[in-house]
Write a protein that binds this ligand. Structure first.
Ligand SMILES: O=C(O)C(=O)[C@@H](O)CO
Ligand SMILES: [Mg+2]
Length: 267
């Protein structure tokens, strides 16, 4: 079976954020990820990891003003200074959490913006971020996200993400391959696992059912089949990454909802 990481932003919402670590460990997870940790002190998070025998495998750099609608800064001309500040903040957290990888969100394409100017800004910011992260021994990840969930998001397709990683040619810049977004945008998920994992450009994976973004035991993707493909391909090419459980439990945030929904993992 793949190595599963619990996404503490989406799972265990029946608990306070800091209590989600223990809940995940009790359910058998040994790794966690989350989106934005910045409301908590890094040292408090590190303590929860340590107390519960967990490793942090991924989190996101600050995405700009989320409440105002921003979804990352990396492709936005004129926001380079804010982007660098966000990356430095993320690297500080990564150091305390001993987290090897940081997801850097691209941002929403401003209406009417010149796509080539956005791409040039994105590439320049990613090159800077990869360089800063390399000095700290971390990886930078970029994730294609579907526009149904995030209208206007700049990076949507696997091939576009891989083209950028190839163009920048920084060994610590990789793709975050979220099977949920891949299925929504382009499909052919098993073939893409077979194609992209052996390239060495995939740094992390995530999953959820489609279209509901619930547990991976229903909807239009057959995860039993995809886990077997992932196992086979990982073994053949030596891929040793994590598969983040980035879904909203079907039962919501009622007591025990996340644990009750984990039958797919136990089976
Ligand atoms: O939405 C996703 O998928 C993610 O992985 C987040 O990090 C970005 O919203
Ligand atoms: Mg994702």
């Amino acid at each position: 079976m793949p190595r599963f990481a619990a996404n503490l932003t989406m799972l265990y919402n029946e608990h306070n954020f800091l209590d989600r670590f223990a809940a995940a460990a009790q359910d058998g997870f040994c790794a966690v990820e989350f989106l934005f940790p910045y409301e908590q002190a890094a040292k408090d998070l590190a303590l929860r990891l340590q107390d519960n025998g967990l490793q942090q495998v991924l989190f996101n750099a600050p995405p700009g003003d989320w409440a105002a609608g921003e979804r990352g800064l990396a492709c936005l001309p004129g926001r380079e200074a804010a982007f660098r500040d966000s990356m430095e903040r993320a690297l500080d957290y990564a150091h305390t959490l001993q987290c090897p990888r940081i997801h850097v969100m691209a941002g929403l394409a401003p209406a009417g913006a010149d796509a080539s100017a956005l791409r040039a800004t994105y590439l320049a910011n990613l090159a800077w971020a990869a360089n800063a992260a390399a000095a700290a021994g971390r990886e930078v990840l970029i994730e294609p996200i579907n526009q149904r969930d995030m209208p206007g998001y700049f990076l949507n397709r696997q091939d576009a993400a891989h083209a950028i990683v190839q163009e920048l040619n920084a060994p610590n810049l990789k793709v975050q391959f979220d099977l949920y977004h891949c299925q929504v945008v382009e499909g052919d998920v098993a073939t893409k696992i077979r194609h992209y994992l052996p390239t060495g450009r995939v740094g992390h994976m995530q999953m959820a059912s489609v279209p509901e973004r619930h547990e991976p035991d229903g909807g239009e993707l057959n995860y039993s089949y995809l886990f077997a493909v992932l196992d086979e391909v990982s073994q053949a090419c030596g891929w040793e990454g994590w598969l983040g459980c980035e879904y909203r439990p079907r039962l919501g945030a009622v007591a025990g909802a996340t644990s009750q929904g984990l039958g797919w993992m136990r089976g």
